[in-house]
Design a protein around this ligand. Structure first.
Ligand code: ZN
Length: 194
């Protein structure tokens, strides 16, 4: 018999979504406890898929909670270094190691209308990809052909086409910071050890 002690989850901006998350956690545990015909392998797959989906929602909640707050320090324009003022939150898709999430983050601009998104800058985004996703794409592309790299990435929960892997890795290979990090990172084992 399974029991969970997770009874509440507080997120100031979105209590309903937080409660849904708790409910889904209970459903996941309930599914395991109620279906005695589930094999160990099926339970393994069910937990993997369920926790991935929960992780994606939890990260989206966390990101929205964080990005919905305006900067506490004055923001200067990265182009002209003049003061920026807040404009409005804009929602965009971000590909993370927990899956694709949507984040509404604050956009600022200076008098010259240079637009700046401090939250994105802090995350070291590579386009719409979180830095660790970009690094993983580069690393897999270094070990496999692009089609196999895309397949391996999907097993890690990062769904991208082989054409995208090819295009992005070629684009990022011009950025020395990504290359340096790829070279410093040990390879991710492709199968379990003994
Ligand atoms: Zn500016």
């Amino acid at each position: 018999m399974f029991r969970t002690s997770l009874s509440s989850c507080e997120v100031k901006e979105n209590p309903e979504a937080a409660q849904n998350l708790v409910d889904e956690m209970h459903d996941l545990v309930g599914d395991l406890g109620s279906d005695s015909s589930l094999s160990f392998s099926e339970a393994e797959q069910h937990i993997l898929e369920g926790t991935r989906a929960l992780g994606q929602k939890l990260l989206a909640l966390h990101a929205s909670d964080q990005a919905s707050a305006k900067e506490t320090e004055p923001v200067s324009c990265p182009k002209c270094e003049k003061a920026c003022r807040s404009w409005r939150p804009r929602e965009r898709q971000r590909t993370t190691l927990c899956g694709v999430i949507r984040v509404a983050r604050w956009v600022y601009h200076c008098d010259a209308k240079h637009y700046h998104r401090p939250w994105d800058t802090k995350q070291q985004l590579k386009g719409k990809y979180m830095h660790r996703v970009a690094e993983m794409m580069c690393r897999f592309a270094a070990h496999f052909d692009f089609r196999s790299a895309a397949e391996e990435l999907s097993r890690q929960g990062v769904i991208v086409s082989h054409k995208t892997v090819h295009k992005k890795v070629r684009e990022w290979s011009k950025d020395l910071r990504v290359l340096e990090q790829v070279e410093c990172q040990p390879s991710v084992p492709m199968s379990g050890g003994m």
